[in-house]
Design a protein around this ligand. Structure first.
Ligand SMILES: Nc1nc2c(ncn2[C@@H]2O[C@H](COP(=O)(O)OP(=O)(O)OP(=O)(O)O)[C@@H](O)[C@H]2O)c(=O)[nH]1
Ligand SMILES: [Mg+2]
Length: 355
């Protein structure tokens, strides 16, 4: 493995950390947060402009899924909603300058989202267990501001960029300086490179190219996946298949032996919402051996963490630390970032016999 301080250039010694996890777990959201927290300039206008069409697409996908959930659950939709659904399906918006299509999206999305049966479908989607039919993480966030997003003068806010969904392709790196003063922590300025990769199945073959000279690995899991079926193997549980099994597969790589692993149990906010939507059952249907309160998200998360810890410890003795996060919340990520940097630094110093 690399070591904190082995560095990639003579001038600046950098520690290399890789973000891994299944598609949609929250890697890029964390990556964007680290940029936002550590850079003076924040997100540039180019990123904001490039994100408008994907945000439209997020809304289009959300509307289509909601209509599908209505049909699946025999929630009857009036003709105006059905024709809005047809209209949305026919849209192919390539640019915010395609104002005619953007206005059509605005009208159709409002017709769909303001319908009472659609709102019922959204509530049902919170406890939907098939990942194929589940909504994306923040669909209601964008549907809650259709007029703003479809305004010709729209420029996505920082929060919009954190809430949007766009799958990553390939590897992307960010250099940043960690200044302990900013994080109210002891220690000295250190330099880091964080790499984000795509987590969808077809992206994973290239992960291994990033494994050499790593100083730390951050593995991201999505807590609300606990009751989802895996998209690729419907008889498997998503948290086990895309979380535990994927992590074990990665941790067996020869060049990762001795590299500290931080496991981020992400989307705490959505996990809390899911437990609140079904408080008498909670995680018990998936984990019958759970003996805590079904409506307690704290106890439920602790149980899931112990479960993952035990499953991994059965197969490998990798050194790992767990953190519970909400990647869309900048304050939470700032707090976790400080702890992760400190943890990786200390573990590598220990490994090198320096503390
Ligand atoms: N509400 C909420 N949404 C989250 C959280 N973390 C990520 N998301 C959302 O989940 C969606 C997927 O997040 P990404 O960061 O793009 O996931 P990824 O792991 O990079 O996915 P790939 O690039 O496909 O591998 C986005 O819409 C994010 O805004 C969270 O903690 N809470
Ligand atoms: Mg990504």
């Amino acid at each position: 493995m690399g070591n904190c301080g082995s560095g990639t250039t003579k001038e600046v010694q950098r520690s290399r950390v890789l973000l891994l996890g299944a598609g949609g777990a929250g890697k890029s959201t964390l990556f964007k947060q680290v940029k936002l927290i550590t850079s003076l300039s924040g997100f540039d206008q180019g990123l904001r402009n490039d994100s408008i069409v994907p945000i439209y697409q997020n809304m289009i996908d959300a509307c289509q899924k909601l209509v599908k959930i209505c049909l699946k659950n025999e929630l009857e939709l009036p003709p105006d909603v059905m024709s809005a659904a047809d209209r949305i399906r026919s849209l192919n918006i390539q640019s915010p300058q395609d104002t005619e299509s953007v206005q059509a999206l605005k009208v159709a999305a409002n017709t769909i989202w303001n319908n009472g049966e659609i709102k019922k479908a959204f509530k049902l989607s919170i406890i939907e267990t098939s990942s194929k039919d589940a909504m994306n993480a923040n669909d209601d966030y964008f549907l809650g501001q259709i007029d703003t997003v479809c305004d010709p003068a729209y420029s996505p806010s920082d929060n919009d960029l954190l809430m949007m969904r766009r799958s990553t392709s390939g590897a992307h790196s960010l250099d940043f300086a960690f200044d302990p003063i900013q994080f109210k922590m002891p220690g000295k300025l250190s330099y880091w490179t964080l790499t984000d990769v795509g987590g969808q199945i077809h992206e994973r073959a290239t992960w291994y190219e990033e494994f050499n000279d790593l100083d730390g690995l951050i593995f991201v899991l999505s807590l609300p996946d606990f009751d989802q079926t895996s998209q690729d193997n419907r008889s498997a549980n998503k948290l086990v298949e895309d979380g535990v099994n994927l992590m074990l597969q990665v941790m067996r790589a020869d060049n990762l032996q001795g590299v500290p692993v931080c496991v981020l149990l992400n989307k705490k906010d959505l996990f809390i919402r899911k437990i609140a939507a079904n408080p008498t059952v909670g995680i018990k249907e998936v984990f019958p051996e759970y003996e805590g309160k079904t409506n307690s998200h704290g106890e439920s998360i602790q149980f899931i963490q112990n479960f993952i810890d035990q499953e991994i410890s059965k197969e490998t003795n990798v050194s790992k630390t767990f953190y519970v996060t909400t990647a869309t919340d900048t304050e939470i990520v700032k707090n976790i970032l400080g702890k992760v940097v400190e943890n990786i630094t200390n573990q590598n110093l220990q490994h090198a016999g320096l503390i």
